[in-house]
Design a binder for this molecule. Sequence first.
Ligand code: NAP
Length: 380
Amino acid sequence: MATREALWNYRNEFGDAFGRTYFRRFGPGVVSSIGLGTYLGDATAAVDDAYRESIALALRSGINHVDTAINYRAGRAERVVGEAIRDSPIDREAIVVATKGGFLPFEGERPAEPSAYVRDRFLANGIVDAADLANGAHAIAPDYLEWSLDRSLDRLGLDGVDCFYVHNPETQLAVRSREAVYDQLEAAFEMLERRRVAGDVGSYGVATWTAFRVAADDDAFLSLAEVLARAEAAGEAVGPDDDHGFETIQLPFNVAMADAFTRANQRPIDGASDTPVADADDGDDEPVSALEFAHEAGLSVVTSASIGQGALAVAGAIPTDIDATLAGETPAQRALNFARSAPGVTSSLVGASDPAHVRENVAAGTFDPLGASAFDAIFE
Ligand SMILES: NC(=O)c1ccc[n+]([C@@H]2O[C@H](COP(=O)([O-])OP(=O)(O)OC[C@H]3O[C@@H](n4cnc5c(N)ncnc54)[C@H](OP(=O)(O)O)[C@@H]3O)[C@@H](O)[C@H]2O)c1
């Protein structure tokens, strides 16, 4: 697990090469505001090799945040992340390793018939109850997530992960009510609180795609205030004190998907009424954006798809007026610097299996991010 001392030592070793606020407070210490993602790419040995090299290079160059998930690249991503970390000269305790559970994983390759695979591997063996499945491939019931966490530790070959995310919990809204999803999350958080006390996870969070940034009356919406309240309840229920380990939310954020900053859709942390809040006449209940809520609540925010899954790395993709405000030599660097300039963002993930992309993305961190008022001015 990452420790305060090792994280600060990493920052002291690499920090001078980077711009202002490159390392930011996270967990027990600090983390690089550029993180390496491992989502995209085929489930092949060639892509494994490329990622192995990319992760090794990133860790040696000033990126000490690696993000993965049990289902990425048919389950191969976690194995590669673990190998690269174990082979790295960088101290494991200086690296923030995050993984996710929720989507049912394959074992290294996509089976010819995924639904038959789910039936034989998960349902027949009692790993997942059919009633907990959404879209035939997703579950967040606590027993399943605990199985998933144990498989992740096994695949990574690590004693613990620094952040375990419940992956896209909004997927469950396809098959159950919002209240039932909050109940499932609370039960999952209780399991994660127990594993935190046991030392297997440093902290936990939720990684989302739509939940926190869509309008409050959207079918895929989840309330951050309610999710946080469920974590507080889980922390109290499990003990040993009334603290909790819900520390991080992950959501997509980039120049073309900035709604976590621009859309005021969340009930404020001390707001009385639940969603929708837009027509509340009490000033205290004015809705806030997901980023503002996280800031007020002291939650870390990690952005995904920070360069639009590659689309923003192309010349001309960033609107010209915004592009002119951003620091960086290449479009990818400027896109990344937009994401990590947003107020409240701790770290922006960028997936890169190509080591040349890692070099380019690391160099984005040598530029200063925009200050809060310059970032605000983009949207005025
Ligand atoms: N719901 C969720 O929980 C969720 C959803 C999406 C993503 N994530 C996490 O967030 C991470 C980042 O998101 P993402 O990977 O989807 O999208 P992304 O980081 O916006 O883009 C990754 C893509 O951009 C390419 N790329 C990277 N650097 C580049 C550069 N300098 N120039 C040109 N192209 C470049 C990569 O190509 P190469 O591979 O060829 O280098 C890859 O195809 C993921 O890897 C994953 O860890 C989480």
